[in-house]
Design a protein around this ligand. Sequence first.
Ligand code: AMP
Ligand code: ZN
Length: 314
Amino acid sequence: MAAYREATPDQAELLDALVAAGHLIPSGVPGVYGRGSDFEKVRLGLDGHVTRVATAAGETPETLRFPPVLPRRQLEDLGYLESFPHLAGTVFAFEGTEAQARAQAERAGGHEDWTEHQCMTDLVLMPAVCYPVYPAVARRGTLPAGGVTIDPGGSYAFRHEPSGDPARLQMFHMRELVRIAEPETVQAWRDGWRDRALELLRGLGLDADFDVASDPFFGRSGRMMAASQREQALKFEILVQIAGPEPTAVASFNYHQDHFSGLYGITTADGQPAHTACLGFGHERIVIALLKTHGLDVSTWPPEVCDALWGVAA
Ligand code: AMP
Ligand code: ZN
């Protein structure tokens, strides 16, 4: 497995502890786990807490939900395969004859390579939860005055980055919020949420800080794109030390300028090109950071943390 990243000893130890406590259920594939009931309770509590904090801040996002697959065409239009070819997951399926089906089953039964019997479908796995929002909003025509805020929820995203680090998953939940409006409105919203999210995570007892960041663009030209993204402070991350040599990004705040709105043709009420920003809380990373910070037994967590997550003690 070429892309596999070995765990550091403390990451391996944390994974073992999470599995032993029943929080993560191994599938046999690195970065793909089932979740135990306490893990899920914390994850859903966190998602609800984000919603409550948004409401308290006067946000009234519109709820939209999408399945965790994206039309392949959209991935192609987005240029995802230029920027992140190493992270994309694509959906292939069988469309052959009975004889080919038998040949495929025989190879699969022997765990041999059966890719020659598979064809590309119209779908890829969802790389980021906000992607379906932009064409959906574009389809409505010109934005209303003041733009829109969309809540695509805490849904599954896939990234092909197999790792022994329990905080680096291939399939994980990302809670996003998306703002589409005038450039200044969008920037202020992104910065406001970065500060609000820091407060939210510190309020849950996490030792969190934010920093400018860049996306893991592929290859040599990718390094230049990452440098330019940092220079323009287009991406911020909130980081928490979980395990391993460096702190882990548990939430991101992205200003896309007119990247998505230009692609789909989204214009503001006064006919200007709209800008977009999104934020993403990494559910599993935050739950693991909480388990690391407050202990693997959720029933012993500080009352103020329980209160924020689900209103009463665990
Ligand atoms: P990004 O779109 O890369 O900024 O991701 C949004 C958020 O999802 C990040 O801030 C992380 O908290 C989370 N995330 C990204 N990649 C992974 C991963 N491989 N495993 C778990 N969480 C992730
Ligand atoms: Zn996003």
